[in-house]
Design a protein around this ligand. Structure first.
Ligand code: SRM
Ligand code: SF4
Length: 592
């Protein structure tokens, strides 16, 4: 049975029996609040923290103590302990109402509420770049959206004029921009009605579930991972309504499921990567676990072998148990050492596997299984027209350079999906969009649609590999502007040169590496530089990232290259001639 976004989204609404018991109660919300120890109670009283509203509720006492002790050096733990971010799921509506009535202004709100805690409800205040406006981050498990959802999203930014736009993110997700806090209550309600949600998308929560953009239509996949991705998302977010039990994690955590050798979600840079393999005992498809991949200012690391094999029915309970183990035992002292990798390294892989198994109710988890292939598998490019496993149908992938889209694009994507396809689209971690289930005899007509002049199905060898984080236009942490610059430079390079094959250029505005420079052929990370003796915006250059089977992270190659076109353009031209076999176009003179 083909599962479409609209079908699976009924589970996010709690309307299906998936993950819900027959009386409608949520089967995942089972934990009891651990009783409060006298020691913790005394500290809460001393600090004037209300236990009921604090973020410490579902932590065991030992973790409560660690969180409270860490508050001095780790501001985020203090903010969460004082009042849990999940409080904003209801307070955001109340704040919106007060603002609408003119009884308060965003400027008067508690700083921790507006700048930090609101992220638990998906509202990211853009204080530095666009004060008073918010970016709203959604959850789009497996990057799958229906035309109804696309239209709803377009509607939310259509009236905002120049300040309203959206981005497809590097986790195949959507972020809306220019949002007003006063409007947020209505938007949250609307999101629920179309089966979407924004809860638990920022700060110390699980990020968007990634999988395969061609799940269910891919002739080479071992399994359609969409249902698992939806079920994990439902477990984490309580069907999009918010799950108090999993909101106070020590740090963010990324989970990705890869059903083919392409590793579309880059499991090697996820804290938890599940890779589909055949179980030699049963022949069924299950998953090997990889653990701890992440990027940050201080450390960038690929995941390590988690030496665990999961059957399909163990996947959701495993993820739940892993999150609980991370919540209860993960490091809270130093935010730079709080990602999952640190905990796994501290405990060792076998001990971590044992703890997660115990948390699953005493399951002895199997160690990984070997799956050997004799051939070499090159990660497929999903852009362009490709035959699906369903005879007579193709998917059509189109390039959205750097992921930036506008209200009209949402509407056009929805219309195209309805007119030619099955009314759904898929987003990719490369910030592009795919239209599945296009009958082969409609492909030619679809390709003639004007939208594909703007977002090309056959984009050039640089444009089709371009990825960029948000950068200084909206992100307060950015050292440089990224998206506009990335598009302008690639356009010029493609006018001037020919490239024998696709080159994946990733831009990221600062060392947090949201734009994942370490997975790119050429990674450009915002950093300091000088031009004519004066400080200017610059990039650090990374080379050699490979993705798919046996991936490698890119290494830093050079730094201090000014972003000014007079410097960066010739620099990249030479790099592409020397390292990527690029050649100047006939008749174009390019100076070295
Ligand atoms: Fe990111 C923080 C944008 C994917 C590592 N990231 C931020 C913030 C929220 C900072 C802020 O408050 O302004 C950025 C919001 C800017 C804005 O207005 O959009 C931001 N991150 C993004 C997005 C939108 C980049 C994009 O243009 O696509 C991506 C949203 C994904 C999503 O849908 O949830 C995004 N961020 C990533 C990735 C890539 C990935 O997940 O594969 C990474 C590296 C992988 C990882 O997390 O290990 C990433 N973002 C970070 C970090 C460093 C985390 C750390 O452990 O230190 C931060 C800073 C932080 O969390 O303290 C950060
Ligand atoms: Fe912002 Fe830096 Fe992430 Fe880019 S990499 S979105 S500049 S935090």
């Amino acid at each position: 049975i083909r599962c479409s976004a609209s079908a699976t989204l009924t589970s996010s609404n709690g309307a299906s029996t998936n993950g819900a018991s027959s009386n409608g109660a949520h089967k995942w919300l089972a934990a009891e609040v651990p009783p409060l120890s006298d020691e913790v109670k005394a500290i809460l009283e001393e600090k004037g923290i209300d236990f009921e509203t604090s973020g410490l509720k579902y932590l065991p006492n030992e973790a409560r103590l660690r969180s409270l002790a860490a508050s001095k050096k780790n501001k985020a733990e203090g903010t969460k302990a004082k009042k849990g971010g999940h409080r904003m799921w209801t307070e955001v509506t109340e704040l919106a109402e007060l603002i609408r009535k003119g009884e308060t202004k965003w400027e008067d709100l508690d700083l921790d509420d507006i700048d930090v805690r609101l992220k638990w409800s998906g509202m990211f205040h853009r204080r530095k770049r666009a004060p008073g406006t918010f970016m709203m981050r959604l959850k789009v498990p497996n990057g799958e959206l229906s035309s109804k959802q696309l239209r709803f999203l377009g509607d939310q930014i259509a009236h905002l004029g120049a300040k309203g736009c959206a981005d497809i993110t590097t986790r195949a997700n959507i972020q809306l921009r220019g949002m007003d806090l006063a409007d947020s209550a209505a938007i949250f309600e609307g999101l629920q009605t179309v089966g979407l949600s924004a809860v638990q998308t920022g700060m110390d929560n699980v990020r968007n579930m990634t999988g395969s953009p061609i799940a269910g239509i891919d002739p080479h996949e071992l399994l359609d991972v969409r249902q698992l991705n939806y079920q994990i998302n439902d477990m984490i977010t309580n069907f999009g309504k918010g799950n108090e039990e999993l909101v106070n994690l020590p740090r963010k955590i990324n989970i990705g499921l890869s059903p083919s050798r392409d590793d579309f979600p880059h499991t090697h840079i996820n804290d938890v990567g599940l890779k589909a393999v055949h179980d030699p005992e049963t022949g069924e498809v299950g998953f090997n676990v990889e653990l701890g991949g992440y990027f940050s200012v201080k450390r960038n690391t690929m995941s390590i072998d988690g030496d665990t094999f999961l059957t399909q029915d163990q996947v959701v309970p495993y993820c739940k148990a892993l999150l609980e183990v991370f919540r209860d035992h993960g490091g809270r002292d130093d935010r730079q050492k709080a990602r999952l990798m640190w905990m796994v390294e501290d405990l060792t892989v076998p001990k971590f596997r044992e703890m997660v198994g115990a948390q699953m109710g005493g399951v002895t988890l199997r160690t990984k299984v070997e799956e050997k292939y004799d051939d070499v598998w090159e990660r497929r490019d999903v852009l362009g027209v490709h035959p699906q496993k369903q005879e007579g149908f193709s998917w059509v992938g189109t390039c959205v350079p750097t992921g930036r889209i506008f209200a009209d694009d949402f509407y056009e994507f929805a219309r195209i999906a309805d007119t030619y396809g099955d009314g759904t689209v898929r987003l990719t971690v490369e910030q592009d969009i795919l239209f599945p289930f296009i009958p082969n005899d409609k492909v030619a007509a679809m390709k003639e649609e004007p939208i594909f002049q703007k977002y090309k199905i056959d984009a050039g060898n640089l444009t089709r590999g371009l990825v960029s984080c948000t950068g200084a236009q909206f992100c307060g942490l950015a050292v440089i502007e990224t998206k506009q610059r990335a598009m302008a430079i690639v356009e010029k390079l493609e006018q001037q040169m020919d490239f024998p094959k696709k080159i994946r250029i990733h831009w990221t505005g600062c060392p947090n590496s949201c734009g994942q420079v370490q997975v790119a052929d050429i990674g450009l990370m915002g950093g300091p530089a000088k031009l004519n003796g004066k400080a200017t915006e610059g990039v650090r250059v990374f080379l050699g990232g490979t993705i798919g089977e046996d991936p490698q992270l890119a290494n830093e190659f050079e730094k201090g290259i000014a972003c000014d076109e007079s410097v960066l353009l010739p620099y990249l031209r030479n790099l592409m001639i020397e390292k990527f076999g690029a050649t100047p176009k006939a008749g174009v003179l390019v100076e070295a």
